[in-house]
Design a binder for this molecule. Structure first.
Ligand code: AGP
Length: 372
């Protein structure tokens, strides 16, 4: 009913709008006054976490994209090798796991069969499993050694939005907590990341307040067949997520690429007026990446692409090459997905609406996939 949708036309719009609160709720009570992580609820003893020598993340769909981003954060902040794998592929390749492997299973519903089978396999091999889940008491957390709940609240729309942002927050918390427990790299950078993370819900709010031009742009592209998405570093999974949202909702051909792969094939797809969304890393910090992606934008634009550039506030270098420019607030590099994904959700939702599709219940899809 309209009341359930809180005055929005679709649950998806309501859930997109709820993201600042969802993110804040997921952080609530988990950072203490001294700026340290307080995750006692994670019932894996510190001495076990100190012994972990490999992290393996398993998940499907949007949760898998959160896991891909987590890999960058975990390896950078903890120096523990981390791999992220599609849950549906995991057990079939006879993965190498033992007591020192920490498996992180990410699932909004907690009922995804592929993810459940992956975690059962991991536990059979002696690995410890930590679930990141949004649904209290669901099967995946029940069968895991420990759980860190995301507090997104119920997500009704089939396309995942607020669950994704809260999965990211939970992944950052796990990464930072592993760093804290192990005492690795616990310096200025980590302290400032935690401070920025506690402010991030305000930044998400700011993005939401500037989405009208994105909606307008989406409507103008309603008759296109294909949209490509490019990103690198943590912007690569963001590109994949933007493409997944568009497939699910707008039933359009959409693909996400690592921008560095362009010249290894995908650049052949570029043609006159093809919309290409590019997620630009911050010019601060890892600026090499920034400069590389700016040349990618130049390359595709020279070949006729219509560039839709998502770039940090104050990044002026992209301006001459952006046919459409979407501004996002400055954040630390690893946290950028929390703000960069939001315009892509809005974009896909509006395109679906413009194409007359059912936003909350896309064809052929189920909210949770309980079969393999
Ligand atoms: C997201 O928009 C999708 N509907 C889908 O990819 C989803 O993220 C995936 O099926 C995993 O679901 P889960 O988080 O409930 O395990």
């Amino acid at each position: 009913s309209a009341a359930e949708k809180g005055g929005y036309d679709y649950f998806m719009l309501k859930e997109i709008a709820e993201q600042p609160k969802a993110v804040a709720d997921t952080l609530l009570g988990r950072i203490d006054e001294a700026g340290r992580l307080a995750l006692d609820e994670v019932r894996i003893p510190d001495h076990v976490l100190r012994e972990v020598n490999k992290v393996v993340i398993v998940a499907c769909g949007t949760a898998y994209h959160a896991g891909m981003i987590a890999k960058y954060a975990i390896e950078h902040w903890t120096r523990i090798p981390c791999e992220t794998e599609l849950a549906s592929e995991f057990r079939y390749r006879d993965p190498i796991l033992d007591q020192r492997t920490l498996v992180v299973a990410i699932s909004q519903s907690g009922e995804t069969m592929d993810t459940l089978m992956a975690l059962r396999h991991a536990r059979e091999q002696g690995a410890k499993v930590l679930a990141i889940c949004n649904t209290n008491g669901s099967t995946i957390p029940r069968e895991s050694d420990a759980v860190l709940y995301t507090h997104a609240g119920p997500e009704v729309a089939v396309a995942s939005t607020k669950a994704f942002l809260t999965q990211l927050v939970a992944c950052y918390l796990v990464a930072l907590y592993l760093g804290q427990v192990r005492g690795t790299k616990w310096g200025d950078e980590i302290g400032s990341v935690i401070r920025e993370l506690s402010q991030i819900s305000t930044e998400v709010e700011k993005v939401l307040a500037t989405m009208e031009p994105v909606r307008e742009l989406a409507r103008s592209l309603a008759d296109k067949d294909t949209v490509l998405f490019l990103g690198r570093h943590v912007g690569f999974p963001v590109a994949l997520e933007g493409a997944l949202k568009l497939k699910e909702l707008a039933y359009m051909h959409a693909e996400g690429f690592a921008a560095g792969e362009l010249k290894h094939g995908p650049i052949a797809l570029i043609e006159e007026d093809l919309p290409v969304v590019v997620v630009v890393p911050s010019p601060r910090g890892r600026s090499v990446l920034h400069d590389k992606i700016v040349s990618n934008i130049q390359e595709i634009r020279a070949r006729g692409a219509r560039t839709i550039v998502i770039a940090e506030e104050g990044d002026e270098t992209v301006v001459p090459y952006a046919d459409h420019l979407v501004r996002i607030p400055a954040t630390p590099t690893l946290l950028q997905p929390l703000v960069a994904t939001v315009p892509l959700q809005v974009f896909a939702c509006e395109l679906a609406t413009a194409r007359g599709n059912e936003v909350d219940q896309p064809r052929n899809l189920a909210k949770s996939v309980t079969v393999e």
